[in-house]
Design a protein around this ligand. Structure first.
Ligand SMILES: [Zn+2]
Length: 229
């Protein structure tokens, strides 16, 4: 999977169709709040879906219509969109957390209760679906805010599931590129990277991680304390 600064088209399509789980939907929706390009793409996909729905209510969908719609959907994906490029950092006093994330967090970054993970890295769980979505014991999805101190390099790691990362403040670099506020990455087991926070400020991200069963429990945490980063 090629990392991108935007959600891949399949993710946007699932979002437009309303089929994404809440945690993934939160990550995509928060990216959309910061990315007019992807907002436009989702509107296009929703319009296509609406067209299909209208046809379904009046007549069986013909092969020709399906082909036409699929052909449109096969048009250039978000992967081909230009990078978001330099973005203004959140200025003091302005909200750094866009909706819908802000509501999930219950306020802005200055009210977040950070918990240290390792030196230079703090995290704060984000409640999704009525529970603190950090239930690794069930192999469930974890939703967290992560804060990497300015200039700190995380341990090199791979992923045992998928991880969506959305930069909210500051920036980081890894082998796949440089990411700033609004940039979105989706990494999986094919990605072996070592993110390093930019030197000019703390990097704060939203991370949505699918934790696999085999890595849960005290033993898994003991063997690899960084695996759920
Ligand atoms: Zn985008």
């Amino acid at each position: 999977m090629t990392p991108s600064h935007h959600p891949v088209r399949d993710l946007l399509l699932a979002y437009a169709a309303g089929t994404l789980p809440e945690a993934a939907g939160l990550a995509v929706a928060t990216h959309l709040a910061l990315c007019p390009l992807c907002r436009a793409e989702v509107r296009r996909l929703e319009a296509l879906g609406g067209t299909l729905l209208e046809q379904e209510t009046t007549a069986p969908v013909s092969d020709g219509l399906l082909d036409a719609i699929l052909a449109q959907i096969e048009e250039p994906a978000p992967l081909s969109l230009p990078l978001l490029g330099p973005k203004p950092r959140a200025s003091a006093g302005s909200p750094a957390l866009p909706e819908p994330l802000r509501s999930y967090v219950g306020g802005d970054l200055d009210g977040v209760q950070w918990k240290p993970v390792v030196r230079g890295l703090d995290e704060a769980p984000v409640r999704v679906g009525g529970a603190a979505a950090a239930d690794a014991a069930t192999g469930g999805t974890r939703v967290r805010l992560m804060r990497v101190r300015s200039g700190v390099a995380m341990p090199r790691h791979t992923h045992h599931g998928t991880e969506m990362t959305l930069v909210l403040a500051g920036g980081f670099s890894d082998q796949t590129g440089h990411y700033l506020r609004g940039d979105f990455t989706l990494t999986d087991t094919s990605v072996d990277h070592q993110p390093t926070a930019d030197p000019d400020g703390d990097c704060i991200c939203l991370a949505v991680t699918d934790a696999p069963l085999r890595l849960t429990g005290p033993l898994g945490r003991l063997l690899n304390p960084f695996v759920r980063f």
